[in-house]
Design a protein around this ligand. Sequence first.
Ligand SMILES: *[C@@H]1O[C@H](CO)[C@@H](O)[C@H](O)[C@H]1NC(C)=O
Ligand SMILES: *[C@@H]1O[C@H](CO)[C@@H](O)[C@H](O)[C@H]1NC(C)=O
Ligand SMILES: *[C@@H]1O[C@H](CO)[C@@H](O)[C@H](O)[C@H]1NC(C)=O
Ligand SMILES: *[C@@H]1O[C@H](CO)[C@@H](O)[C@H](O)[C@H]1NC(C)=O
Length: 537
Amino acid sequence: MIMASRAAPLVLLLFFVAASMFAVDASAVAAAPGVNSPFVLAAARTQRKDPLDGLRYYTGGWNISSEHYWASVGFSAAPVFAAAGVWFAVFGAALFLAGCCYCCCPSRSTSYSRAALVVSLLLLLAFTAAAAIGCAILYDGQGRFHGSTAATVDYVVKQSGDTVDNLRAFSGFLEAAKAAGVGPVSLPDDLKGRIDGVVRRVSSASDELAARTASNSAKIRDALDTIRKILIVLAAGMLILAFAGLVFSACGLESLVYVLVFLGWILVAATFVMCGTFLLLHNVVGDTCVAMGEWVRRPQEHTALDDILPCVDTAAATEALGRSKEVNYRLVDVLNGVISNVTNRDFPPQAPLSPPLYYNQSGPPVPPLCNPYTPDLRDRACAPGEVAGPDAARQAWGGSVCRTADAGGSGVCATAGRLTPSMYAQMVGAANVSYGLSRYGPVLVDLADCAFVRRAFQAVGEDHCPGLRRYSEQVYRGLLAVAAAGLLLVLLWVVHSRERRKRSDAREVELMAPPPPFRYPLEEKALLHSPRRRPYM
Ligand SMILES: *[C@@H]1O[C@H](CO)[C@@H](O)[C@H](O)[C@H]1NC(C)=O
Ligand SMILES: *[C@@H]1O[C@H](CO)[C@@H](O)[C@H](O)[C@H]1NC(C)=O
Ligand SMILES: *[C@@H]1O[C@H](CO)[C@@H](O)[C@H](O)[C@H]1NC(C)=O
Ligand SMILES: *[C@@H]1O[C@H](CO)[C@@H](O)[C@H](O)[C@H]1NC(C)=O
């Protein structure tokens, strides 16, 4: 009786399960081409029915900030969520009714079917095995899924961290350029003022990138850890439940079986919900990968993808690049002016000492520093005899350092040489700053045209997306298998333990009904051990 009334929703449920098997990527098929306005990412893939908009197709493209996007993706997993709801409601009602019947009108049936007992036991064994396999697939899948998501997040965080480090190092060099100079000669004041503005903008851009990356990655990591824990608990719980149910119902421990049925009811519903969540996640991952691919082919300055890895403030990066060239050019120009007009200048031997112009410098001239830019700030190749970089400068200028009488090293040369120790230190420092600024030029170009984001998305698309898609689908299928097997197991526990009770009831009736003829105690004992009385199948 109960079986018959339960059959209809069960069929419905199985239909939902079967339908959701095909729901994966079905959205890609349902898409209409040609609605590709330039700013809509993954437009074709994300066209799904939007329940928040009267089931009209959602056209906003990939945008994880939009509730319509989430609603439409969520709707693609609706069959599984519906299965969870139907199961929860229908089986809950059945449990309640069965509980009432069990308490109020304990019926004693005397007919039992041996075939039903055997078949239900065999099915029980088969579905317990299926549930165990499902749990294994699920456990394996969640491990792989977690590994690949963690690797993806780490990769994006590392890209962003490298960029932040580069930006900070670059502002460090710009700051150092403000202080760089030789003796009283340094950059003009108006340029120093403009440096401050650039440093401020670059710092705020890098701080924002760092903050956004930190908060987004922390949120994603938290969510992934929670999902991982839930999946492990589900897999372990279902496995334990399946075996406990098998043992209890095979031993005929009916009251314990009902406790398990109650737990199974909740666990199966939870598994269906997780299954729907993973179907949703799988579709979002697919959308994201497609969106990244489209963006890489046709980068936009601002898209919804900024939520993952924003292009740094490109205007700031462009301005910083221009300013860095200017600062670099002027700094080297100032330095080389000092070298040609002061350091390498020869004064007549009897000329009076007048630091900082004439400090008794003598000996071979020091080579000038290579200027990486022309006066109109185009790239320039170094001429022979020019030095580039702090190490080359240290080597080329180190031999021209004289000794001074004073301890500070800034006075008058007492020995042959053209650089006092303090001039040498300042000039090497300036060479370092110039080298640093020109080294970060390409990094800034990279930021200014968002090439670093493009590279990151390309790497994610090629190295991480296939794994993410595959493993989210594996987890989804594992969950579906576990949920379906768990659902059937819960029903089979009930059926099998009922059959068992009917049989033992029938036995009791059989033993009691005909008034037993007189027996010797020995005969009674033999009857107890007759094959019909065996407690197990
Ligand atoms: C994404 O959705 C949000 C919220 O609906 C909206 O404000 C934003 O403009 C959208 N972004 C894009 C790039 O469409
Ligand atoms: C050297 O000094 C002269 C005058 O003091 C100046 O006109 C010239 O521009 C300086 N040369 C360099 C390379 O700075
Ligand atoms: C100037 O340098 C020469 C060596 O080139 C040295 O002999 C002389 O003592 C120095 N003069 C002073 C005032 O230190
Ligand atoms: C170059 O300058 C940077 C920033 O001012 C500093 O951190 C670094 O130690 C310097 N390197 C050398 C070789 O002087």
